[in-house]
Design a protein around this ligand. Structure first.
Ligand SMILES: [Zn+2]
Length: 348
């Protein structure tokens, strides 16, 4: 215990350069010392004595409360300062930062997250030009780069409320996401200026809005959300379709339950099964000869491309079969995600 002051000053040095409003002290103590302590408890017949570790942490913490002018936080500290009493060394582990926002994607050919090269799995090879990636960049990397610069974080991950295919645009009010920044040095974030720097750097590719502080809890809620989505779907039919017939068939899809076997295009990475999803709404936006545009609102998980072309009859019913004319999706955009996450979590 005589060394408490020494430990506190070691940790104070380690904490230099990190931004935090509260902290927690932890410690690694010589296992021999702990073993001796335990046998002492046993011989003294103590059931729940305060351990050396707990007392050490508390006493070091008390000194740091004074020197740093910051409180101890037990349940959700912004940073944990660890003292290793065996070697008189300290280390610090900043808690991750979670940032909520919504993103819009204006570019076809941009995946949501880093997509590792299939051949080398990220190590870098000839196939991927030694980048380790299938695509040069992603929504995740474009959003994270300015945030990493501001926070000096070691790593990042974007958690989206679902994901759109690489060739699908994300429009309307955007898709909710939580950006997780690991081991940040700085945690005072000016969200407006962060949004501005993301948006000016990526004009024409992506845009973010509504950035604010988030939490692990909200991140989990976003990942597991089952929100309805509305898609704008440009479709090309093999033959012209009379407008009256198109109207009639499209109307039959409103509130219709669709059975979809795992699509061929994803069957290599998803289990082969049947599932049912409801088309909540389906309406014609415009029609021009063989080409027409539909707005389709579907339950979370409805495969839209397959609903149109039928996926070799693996999706039943499907638009092509009901029309008796093969149809294909030539462009697909998400135009609305029907979520309420921002209202639920903003004030937390
Ligand atoms: Zn590779």
């Amino acid at each position: 215990m005589a060394e408490v002051k020494n430990f506190a000053s070691i940790l104070e040095k380690q904490l230099e350069g990190f931004e935090f409003d509260n902290f927690l002290v932890g410690s690694k103590v010589d296992s021999e010392l702990l073993a001796r302590e335990e046998s002492l408890w046993l011989s003294a017949g103590l059931a729940y004595p305060e351990s050396i570790k707990a007392e050490l942490n508390r006493e070091v913490g008390k000194i740091l409360n004074t020197t740093l002018g910051k409180p101890t936080e037990f349940s959700n500290p912004e940073i944990v300062a660890m003292i290793d009493t065996r070697f008189d060394v300290g280390s610090v582990i900043p808690s991750p930062i979670f940032i909520y926002g919504r993103y819009l994607k204006y570019s076809r050919g941009l995946p949501q997250t880093k997509w590792f090269c299939r051949k080398c799995r990220g190590r870098g090879c000839e196939h991927c030009n030694n980048t380790g990636k299938m695509y040069e960049t992603s929504v995740e990397e474009l959003i994270a780069a300015p945030a990493v610069l501001v926070t000096e974080a070691e790593d990042f991950a974007l958690h989206g409320m679902g994901r759109e295919d690489i060739d699908v645009l994300m429009l309307g009010s955007g898709r909710p996401f939580v950006l997780e920044l690991t081991k940040p040095k700085k945690r005072r974030i000016d969200f407006d200026s962060l949004a501005k720097s993301i948006n000016t750097k990526n004009r024409g590719k992506i845009e973010v809005n509504g950035l604010r502080k988030s939490s692990r809890k909200e991140m989990i809620a976003i990942k597991s959300s089952k929100s309805k989505k509305t898609y704008r779907c440009r479709i090309l039919a093999k033959k012209p379709i009379p407008n009256e017939k198109l109207k009639m068939v499209v109307n039959t899809f409103v509130e219709r339950v669709i059975t979809q076997r795992t699509p061929i295009r994803v069957s290599h990475r998803r289990p082969d099964k049947y599932r049912k999803r409801t088309v909540v709404n389906c309406e014609i936006v415009s029609q021009n000869g063989q080409e027409f545009i539909l707005d389709i609102t579907g339950e979370s998980g409805l495969y839209i491309k397959e609903l149109i072309h039928g996926d070799s009859a693996r999706t039943q019913p499907n638009l092509s079969a009901e029309l008796g004319i093969d149809c294909d999706v030539i462009e697909l955009d998400v135009i609305k995600i029907h979520d309420d996450i921002d209202n639920e979590y903003r004030s937390e």
